[in-house]
Design a protein around this ligand. Structure first.
Ligand code: SF4
Length: 518
């Protein structure tokens, strides 16, 4: 384990908490020191969840370590089962608890609790948060479905053609990147193809719902960091096919539709399912914003791969760097990077990422909350595309990343930092102009932006040398186009000063004009 100031992922038990917090009617008993209760804040403050996660922490302290904490574990298990009455009780330990080897899972299985128990091994010293989420989801699904598994080699019955096809959406969780909205978008997309959604899990599912997973025709591996393992097990054990394409971006959404149709044996005209404005917007936009922009991509594995494809094929960017902090997805990201003629950056050390950004000097960064900080320090436009994310990346509005509407959202959120970057560049170039100099207020505040000028009680404008602009003269000045207005103002004030005129009238303006043009 490494001590660090920032980290891309929490320890694996945070992944277990994400699964518990995403579901209904489950409870997690975590054997952990008091410090671990900080995890609640990730959900209540960052995702702004209205309730704290369904977790009971044993909260042992240093003085408890002199004796056995096993009694404390058993008592917490009994109280959790009694108080929360979950359909399933999951049991795990955090890194410090792992060291004291109480084995809370084994204690729970032997404690004769009035609720089914799923023990979890969190491998705190070798694994991280996404692995913890994936492992927890897998153990839960396996624990609940193993008894229903058909004998090995049993052929899966064919779907009755009279019944509408259906799929499960697996992988979305709390604290995932825009999972809430992605589920809505993909449900809509599937509905427009005539495909029902059988179960969405873990997000919003109960253990009871998980038991009906095998009723669907296929599983959509929507968030591979969380659902890959479970989808593979369901494929092996129940013969359920997996739809692997992550529908992020216009092209991948069309590929997803084609894969769903192929797996479910449907005949579908992709063009009739829906469309996004992304392709036309990115073709029609001023090429200064997009074409050939050098982009650095760093995120969780699946978002990094999807974003690189969109960046190159749909936005016209040049991908100059691609990487991930997800060790479990390293192989896929390396293979994707090869397609762009790059060597993938696989690291969970943000200082290495910063060094690579500095070395490559991209014009835009697509990354996580960490890259947002890095890019800000280096003055490079940035859009966040993946966890870890901060509170502003859990917006109140509908803001999916997947499906056709997701492609629209991506276009807006990726292009605007570049436009703003360009605007800042212009402001810098014209900072000596009166319209843009540092003392002028923001343009959206209209006439408030008078900088060093002030207005007298009668509405006359007074400049720094106390020369007054009469109201009519100021009005006349505003008829002059903005790009020469500053020069006209300065010349008129200089003329008035030379002539000993204290109030500029309309005539003074024209006299000054005549004076300087002669
Ligand atoms: S158990 Fe591990 S994650 Fe929890 S507070 Fe201690 S060091 Fe941190």
């Amino acid at each position: 384990m490494e001590l660090t100031l920032w980290t891309y992922e929490g320890p694996p038990h945070v992944g277990a908490i994400r699964i518990a917090a995403s579901m209904r009617d489950v409870h997690l008993m975590l054997h952990s020191p008091q410090g671990d209760t900080y995890a609640d804040l990730l959900f209540t403050m960052i995702e702004r969840d209205g309730q704290r996660p369904p977790v009971t922490y044993t909260t042992f302290q240093a003085r408890d370590l002199g004796a056995s904490t096993a009694e404390m574990v058993i008592q917490s298990l009994r109280e959790s089962a009694e108080r929360f009455k979950p359909q399933v009780l999951m049991v795990a330990d955090s890194c410090t608890a792992e060291l004291i080897q109480d084995q809370p899972g084994a204690l729970a299985l032997g404690a004769d609790l009035p609720v089914p128990v799923i023990p979890l091994e969190m491998a705190a010293y070798t694994r991280k948060e996404n692995w913890g989420a994936s492992e927890t989801f897998y153990q839960l699904v396996r624990g609940l479905l193993s008894r229903q598994a058909p004998a090995p080699g049993t052929e899966r019955p064919k779907r009755d053609p009279a019944v509408r096809p259906s799929v499960n959406l697996l992988g979305p969780t709390k604290l995932g990147f825009r999972c809430r909205d992605d589920v809505v978008e993909i449900e809509r997309l599937l509905a427009s193809m005539g495909v029902d959604v059988n179960v969405v899990a873990p997000l919003g599912a109960s253990p009871w719902d998980l038991q009906s997973i095998p009723n669907a025709d296929a599983n959509v591996n929507l968030c591979p960091e969380v659902s890959d393992l479970t989808c593979s097990w369901l494929a092996r054990t129940f013969g359920m096919p997996t739809i692997q394409t992550m529908p992020m971006g216009w092209g991948a959404t069309r590929d997803f539709i084609a894969e769903v149709a192929q797996v479910l044996g449907l005949t579908i005209n992709i063009d009739s399912v829906g469309d996004s404005r992304l392709p036309w917007y990115s073709r029609s936009i001023d090429s200064t914003y997009l074409t050939g922009k050098r982009v650095f991509v760093f995120a969780d594995g699946s978002h990094a791969i999807a974003a690189a494809r969109i960046a190159r094929d749909e936005m016209g960017f040049e991908v100059v760097g691609l990487g991930t902090y997800s060790r479990e997805r390293a192989r896929d990201v390396r293979a994707a990077a090869k397609e762009y003629g790059l060597e993938a950056l696989i690291t969970d050390n943000y200082l290495e990422v910063e060094a690579r950004v500095q070395e490559l000097q991209p014009e835009m960064v697509l990354g996580t909350q960490m890259e947002r900080h890095i890019a800000k320090r280096l003055g490079i436009p940035c859009a966040v595309i993946s966890t870890p994310a901060h509170v502003q990346d859990y917006p109140a509005r509908y803001s999916p990343q997947m499906g056709f509407e997701g492609a629209n959202v991506l276009f807006d959120t990726w292009v605007h930092p570049l436009i703003m970057g360009l605007e800042e560049h212009l402001l810098h170039m014209f900072r000596d102009d009166f319209e843009f100099n540092d003392s002028v207020g923001p343009s959206h505040l209209g006439s408030e932006g008078e900088g060093a000028r002030s207005k007298s009680e009668t509405g006359e404008v007074i400049n720094e040398s106390n020369i007054v602009w009469a109201f009519e003269a100021e009005k006349e000045l505003r008829k002059i186009p903005f790009f020469v207005r500053g020069k006209a103002r300065r010349n008129t004030e200089r003329f008035a000063e030379e002539q000993g005129i204290s109030t500029i009238q309309v005539d003074t303006l024209y006299d000054a004009k005549a004076h300087f043009s002669s």
